[in-house]
Structures are given as structure tokens and as C-alpha cells.
Design a protein around this ligand. Structure first.
Ligand code: NAP
Ligand code: MG
Length: 402
């Protein structure tokens, strides 16, 4: 069989630990034999980030702006323990944070659903995608402990020196306060990313906040979404046969439990953080969750939602067998390849991505899976494979499909 050709390179961001091991296996077994893989390679492994003073992360993000599509392996976000483990010059920032700041995107997380791994919520038949606004609110808040009686106010000092004040509370005893902010521009980008992604994936978009209580802050989110929708997206949504609707977050939570799935749920930063853990665990496993960063300009960066699976890597280093699930990392590649196929008009490349995904699902449905899934599957007597055996089983399935 002739290998599938590509025209534009994918930005390939390699990473750390167990996922770096899987990355190579996936390329060797599932991609290189079938595709004339064109990538511009950036090594975001922690050693290389340290050597380049993290320049490699910036370069990879800028390359994503140039080419439009990236695929990323999980990376270590350094903490104190990693400082000594890798003898780091500095506690480098999270690569995901750096990339997100440069691309100004929104992260969409979608569970990979497969027969045999059943959602805890019985009526969920299709995946629910969470879109999390990744800037501001409680994540950039200032806080204070109030030791005793006194007055707390919000004070805005304009450039010309005029002040606007709003009383927070007259304390009669000890307490706590917190100041949050967000930016018009960031909320607009968030809205556009969500509307574009809904059009891209032909799914309804839900958005919910607590605007009945937060009449200025949350209400501004609601208004910005509605204005942008009315001015730029209403006709496009109608043409695509999809719907945008806003509701109170309480109502959204209640409806989600009764829904079938198959839509996007846009969440403010905190809601998205918390709800994505709920949705992913209710669908089965963090190892079966994909993640894509979509910028308002239409740049895409695909990855797995899980981390570098450090515990498995240490076992691997000791020569012990691992059973690490590579599905989300494979789906990061298929997401990126399919998008490249769409943008470059290479239907064969997109079809390959579909078939590779199908091969992963059929492998699991045939009862062959890694340990994390074997522990939760409803299938009888699953066959537990190690990391490499699973990828080889997917290859066998893929060869049958091609
Ligand atoms: P993690 O790598 O997601 O792993 C946490 C646990 O979840 C694992 O120990 C494993 O449980 C299970 N797990 C996750 N992915 C799995 C898979 N593919 N197959 C099987 N089991 C899987 O999170 P972490 O241990 O908190 O973080 C490790 C490193 O990843 C950290 O340095 C962190 O900074 C980084 N991280 C990176 C990203 C990213 O690049 N996007 C995201 C999150 C974390 P068992 O051990 O019980 O088998
Ligand atoms: Mg969280």
C-alpha cells in the first residue's frame, strides 16, 4: 500500500515520561507505516525546555500560529520535586499555560465513548464536550483575611484619577474577602472559540452562568455571548441546523443529567475546571478524554487530557511491565491529522484518522484493553494488555480496516 501524503507539516510537540514512551510507539506502529508523516518537531520534554530556557515552548506555539495545527504530548509542569529531579535552572511555567497565552484559546474536552465502558449516567448516549474559559475569575483573584471590624470597598481608579467605589461589606468582626476580574477581550475570544467549535463539530452549544445572582459580572458573560451570537453566528448556526442557548447554571446542571449528550457545554473558568472532572469520571476514565485548544483565529492544538502518567514511567524505568492507556494520545494524533486533512483538502488523510479511531474502539470492544479500562468495563473477561501489546492490537485492527 502506498503511504498517504501530507502537504503541510503538523507541529509536533513531544513531551515527558510515560506519554513520551507511548508517543514513539504510536508513531512507529500506527502512523509511520501508513503516512508519509510531515511534522515540524519541537521537543517539549523538560530537559530540552530547561536547556533552551523554555524558548522551545514559545517556538512551538509560534509554529502553531504559522501552520495552524499542532499535536502535543503530555508534559511535566515543574514543581519543587522536579527542580531537583531534573536539576532545573528555574521552575519553568506550565507549557500548556504558555501555549494557551500565545494562542489565546479555549480548551475543549471530550470523552471517548466506547461499548463496554458505560457512563454512570444511564441516559448519556453521546459525548458531552466541556469548553472551559481559561482566563481569570478565581484563578487570578486577590484575597484578604479581614482580622476585625472595618469597611471593605471595591475601588476603580481611572487613568485620569477619578475613583468609583462599591461597598463590599461593613465588617463587625473577622471575615474574608476576594476580588476577581475578567477581560472583555478574553470573554469575546472565548465566545468566538465556542461558536466556531460548535459549527466545526455540528453540535449545539450551551452556555450557563449564575447571572441571576451576579448581575454585572456573570451577566456580562451572558451579554457578550448573546451579542456576538446575534451579530456573527445566528445565520451560520441556522444553516448548520444547530442551536445556541443560554441558561442559568443550576438549570444547565439539572438538564445535563437528563440529556442524551452530543453537545458542547461552555463553562466559566471555575465551572469548567470542576465540571470537566465530573463529566470525565462519569464517562469512565481520564485516560479516555481528549482535549483540543482552539484559538479564536482558528489555530488548533490537540492533546490527551491526562498527564505524563509518572507512576507508570517509574515502573517502566525499573524494567517492569506497564499497562498504560494510549487511546487519548492516539486520538490527539487523529484529531490533528483529520484537521490537517480538512484544511489541506486531503480526504484520504481524514479517512485514515477515522479508521485509526475506529481501530482503537474495535480493539476495546473486542475485549482487548489496558488495565485502567479492564477495571471498569462491563464486558465479560476482558483481556488485559500491556502498553505495547495494546498498540500492536490496534495496528492489527487498523490493517484490517485499511
Ligand atoms: P496523570 O499523569 O494524569 O496520572 C494520574 C493517574 O491517573 C495515573 O497515576 C494513573 O493511575 C491514571 N492515568 C492517567 N492517565 C492514564 C493512562 N493514559 N493510562 C492509564 N492510567 C492513567 O496525572 P499526575 O500523575 O497528577 O501528573 C503527572 C505529571 O503530568 C505531572 O508532572 C503533571 O505536571 C503533568 N500533567 C501534564 C498535563 C498536560 O501536559 N496536559 C496534564 C496534567 C498533568 P494509576 O497510577 O492508579 O494507574
Ligand atoms: Mg480540576
Amino acid at each position: 500500500m502506498e503511504k498517504i501524503k501530507m502537504t503541510t507539516p503538523l507541529v509536533e510537540m513531544d513531551g515527558d515520561e510515560m506519554t513520551r514512551i507511548l508517543w514513539k510507539m504510536i508513531k512507529d506502529e500506527l502512523l509511520n507505516p501508513f503516512i508519509d508523516l510531515k511534522t515540524e518537531y519541537y521537543d517539549l520534554g523538560l530537559e530540552r525546555r530547561n536547556e533552551t530556557d523554555d524558548q522551545v515552548t514559545f517556538d512551538s506555539a509560534n509554529a502553531t500560529k504559522k501552520y495552524g495545527v499542532a499535536v502535543k504530548c503530555a508534559t511535566i509542569t515543574p514543581n519543587a520535586a522536579r527542580m531537583t529531579e531534573y536539576d532545573l535552572k528555574q521552575m519553568w511555567k506550565s507549557p500548556n499555560g504558555t501555549i494557551r497565552a500565545i494562542l489565546d484559546g479555549t480548551v475543549f474536552r471530550t470523552p471517548i465513548t466506547v461499548k463496554g465502558i458505560e457512563p454512570c449516567v444511564r441516559n448519556w448516549k453521546k459525548p458531552i464536550t466541556i469548553a472551559r474559559h481559561a482566563y481569570g475569575d478565581v484563578y487570578k483573584a486577590s484575597e484578604m483575611k479581614i482580622p476585625g471590624p472595618g469597611k471593605c470597598e471595591l475601588v476603580y481608579t481611572a487613568e485620569d484619577g477619578t475613583e468609583t467605589r462599591e461597598l463590599i461589606h461593613e465588617f463587625e468582626g473577622a471575615g474574608i474577602i476576594q476580588g476577581q476580574h475578567n477581560l472583555q477581550g478574553s470573554i469575546e475570544s472565548f465566545a468566538r472559540s465556542c461558536f466556531n467549535y460548535a459549527l466545526d463539530t455540528k453540535q449545539d452549544l450551551w452556555f450557563a452562568t449564575k447571572d441571576t445572582i451576579s448581575k454585572k459580572y456573570d451577566h456580562t458573560f451572558k451579554d457578550i455571548f448573546q451579542d456576538i451570537y446575534d451579530q456573527e453566528y445566528d445565520a451560520k448556526f441556522k444553516e448548520a441546523g444547530i442551536e445556541y442557548f443560554y441558561t442559568l447554571i443550576d438549570d444547565a446542571v439539572a438538564r445535563i443529567m437528563k440529556a442524551e449528550g452530543g453537545f458542547i457545554w461552555a463553562c466559566k473558568n471555575y465551572d469548567g475546571d470542576v465540571m470537566s472532572d465530573m463529566v470525565s469520571s462519569a464517562f469512565g476514565s481520564l485516560a479516555m478524554m481528549t482535549s483540543v485548544l482552539v484559538s479564536p483565529e482558528g489555530y488548533y492544538e490537540y492533546e490527551a487530557a491526562h498527564g505524563t502518567v509518572q507512576r507508570h514511567y517509574y515502573k517502566h524505568l525499573k524494567g517492569e511491565e506497564t499497562s498504560t492507556n494510549s487511546v487519548a494520545t492516539i486520538f490527539a494524533w487523529t484529531g490533528a491529522l483529520r484537521k490537517r486533512g480538512e484544511l489541506d483538502n486531503l480526504p484520504e488523510l481524514s479517512r485514515f484518522a477515522d479508521k485509526l479511531e475506529q481501530a482503537c474502539l474495535s480493539t476495546i470492544e473486542a475485549g482487548k484493553m489496558t488495565k485502567d479500562l479492564a477495571l471498569i468495563t462491563t464486558l465479560d473477561k476482558p483481556q488485559v494488555l500491556n502498553s505495547e501489546e495494546f498498540i500492536k492490537a490496534v495496528r492489527e485492527e487498523l490493517e484490517g480496516l485499511l
